[in-house]
Design a protein around this ligand. Structure first.
Ligand code: MRU
Length: 366
């Protein structure tokens, strides 16, 4: 997407220096800093410290991590060590496992001397594939927003609420939940987005930054505001992303998503989830019982980061010195609360049947 006049993806390969470049998302929206990812440890830190984040972007980064590893040691054991280390960085988003499995599958069939070249080529392909998938999600989601716009009094914007950052920063480009918003805005549909701040890491600030860069009207609200806004008819539609979707359409997304879905159900507000198919874990049904939920460091809840009056990024404590913090990073919204899934192949019901209709090859195989 564009920042000023320049087009950026959330990561790219620098051919000249043969290195991956990322945007250090820990510093956004305050500072735009590009970082070189040079060693396997850099890759592991980039994912675990959330310099890169968001399910599809974690997957793409891991694919480049495998390419880097193959440049260092293309043996089977080199591949396994790198795969395991990258896999262990974050447990919830299934795109990580998906990307690593795809790399392993291809590399095992590749002679050792050629693995570095093939792995880099595959990482490029996965990144490009993600962009194409998200663009299609946007085109399908646009039809939903268009239908709502047609029912609204002339000039009134379609009011969308989103949680976390499922934007271009969380993918390679376009985003998942934001892609329909960008497409609607570009199609001239009046739109306003309620952006949940998304404590503790405040990914909503990233969403606000993205939407602002693209000229999409939006308002940043506390995580607790959504139910109130829905009760007062201020939300026409909720769209979120997901880090792992089960075969029957349970969705696991950033902590707090479930509460938004409950409020949406109570207020008859449609609750849609946008997802690329690599986010579907075809091996499980029950998201609450089967998806591992990442527990992050308590300091993310007891402290908060922002800029002071001088523009310096600072971290301050918000809780009493001796109070412990608990930090589950994701929750599961059961399929019964999800109005529909927006995928690259179209929109379907959040059910085993709905997903099987769009992705018959997976539904049969796994
Ligand atoms: O912990 P994060 O910031 O990696 O979590 C990201 C989210 O929960 C996103 O909403 C999700 O990955 C969907 S993104 C396309």
């Amino acid at each position: 997407m564009k920042i000023g006049n320049q087009h950026f993806r959330s990561l790219w390969w620098n051919e000249q220096h043969q290195v991956l470049q990322i945007i250090d998302q820990r510093l956004l929206p305050h500072e735009f800093r590009i970082q070189d990812v040079e060693t396997l440890q850099d890759y592991l830190n980039a994912i675990s410290q959330m310099r890169v984040r968001g399910a599809p972007l974690i997957g793409a980064t891991a694919a480049y991590g495998m390419a880097h590893a193959m440049m260092q040691d293309p043996s089977d054991s080199g591949m396994e060590l790198a795969r395991q280390a990258l896999h262990d960085t974050r447990p919830t988003a299934v795109n990580l496992r998906w990307a690593l499995d795809r790399c392993r599958q291809v590399l095992l069939q590749t002679p050792i001397f050629d693995r570095a070249r093939v792995a880099l080529q595959l990482a490029h392909e996965l990144a490009d594939e993600d962009v194409a998938i998200n663009k299609r999600i946007g085109e399908h989601g646009l039809t939903l927003i268009r239908e709502i716009a047609a029912r609204k009094p002339t000039g009134e914007p379609v009011q969308v609420l989103t949680h976390c950052n499922a934007g271009w920063l969380a993918t390679v480009d376009w985003g998942t939940a934001t892609s329909p918003m960008y497409h609607a805005h570009d199609a001239g549909i009046a739109l306003h987005v309620w952006v949940d701040e998304t404590r503790p890491r405040n990914q909503g600030a990233l969403t606000a930054w993205e939407l602002g860069n693209h000229g999409v009207p939006h308002t940043y609200v506390t995580d607790n505001a959504g139910g109130h806004l829905m009760q007062h008819g201020e939300v026409d539609l909720v769209i979120t992303g997901t880090d792992r979707t089960t075969r029957r359409g349970d969705v696991c997304n950033k902590i707090g998503t479930y509460l938004k879905a409950l409020a949406a159900r109570d207020n008859q507000v449609p609750f849609y989830v946008a997802l690329p198919s690599p986010t579907i874990d075809w091996s499980i049904d029950d998201g609450v019982a089967e998806i591992p939920i990442e527990e992050r460091d308590e300091s993310e809840t007891t402290h908060i980061q922002g800029t002071d009056g001088d523009g310096m990024i600072r971290t301050v404590r918000v809780s009493p010195e001796t109070t412990r913090g608990g930090n589950p990073a994701f929750d599961v919204t059961p399929n019964r609360l999800v109005t529909g899934l927006i995928t690259e192949r179209g929109i379907c019901a959040a059910s085993a049947e709905g997903l099987a209709e769009l992705f018959p090859e997976h539904a049969q195989n796994e």
